[in-house]
Design a protein around this ligand. Sequence first.
Ligand code: HSE
Length: 308
Amino acid sequence: MNKIKVFAPATVANVACGFDIMGFALEGVGDVIVVEKTTDNKLTIAEITGTTGIPTDPEKNVSSVAIQAMLDKLGSDQGFSISIEKKVKPGSGLGSSASSSAGAVVAANHLLGNPFKKEELVEFAMEGERAASEKPHADNVAPSIIGGFTVVRGYEPLDVFTIGYPEDLYAAVIFPEVEVKTADAKKILKSQVNLSDAITQWGNVAGLTAGMITKDYDLIKRSMKDVIVEPVRSILIPCYDQVKAAALENDALGCNISGSGPSIFALARGREAADKIADAMGVEFTKADIAFDKYVSPINGKGTEIID
Ligand code: HSE
């Protein structure tokens, strides 16, 4: 096999209390990546469609940077040509760069005869994240590659695992057309937290993890709270408080910023509940005359998939 096409899903990272460690994959929204072996020992970005402003320089594009990290580990100089159909908008907070990195490494790994397991590819895709934001976090690339709900237990060394979740858990995601620069969303964070906030946060992380695994909706609801990042970042997103209030009034289990924003997500029990929440969140942006896209999706358990 010399050529392969994959779908790499968009993701919701942080999931309220799990800054930089928790994430889940969405269904139906993601990047389509075609990777083809070449004989010139080079990585080339052949085409990028669906958006503008993404670097085509292989030393800067997240897909080629991620594949290069994998080739370096193998000691290989295999050439690849990469074409990217962007369906996750950059700067959405839905793991746009992560989808491109994840899809690229899964595709190249397959063309090389699968020398690495999916879990092992996370480390290479993180190099794409480093290229995009100077911060090689794994909370978007892990769910995009592996699927499901993933947790990063530690970064040094990287230790990622997946946890169970209720089958009828749905995400309502709303992406307002406002610009929140990822760099600004990172710079604004405090570098230190106080002990009482840390205690609250790690209690919620434990509660959310246990609630997911045991399918305890009430525990999920009590735990989907973030006292460290949301209070600081939410001021960058217009109408955030109103949108969150609308989600909670419509029985969302919780509502928070997706990744570094501006997308906002809510979790709900069942598709019907999630549809109602997404509509209610949209009403708030409509009132403020802000255009938006919305997605309603169960958790995608498959991660990056080969489609051709
Ligand atoms: N954990 C990262 C952050 C995700 O919140 O900055 C970025 O999508």
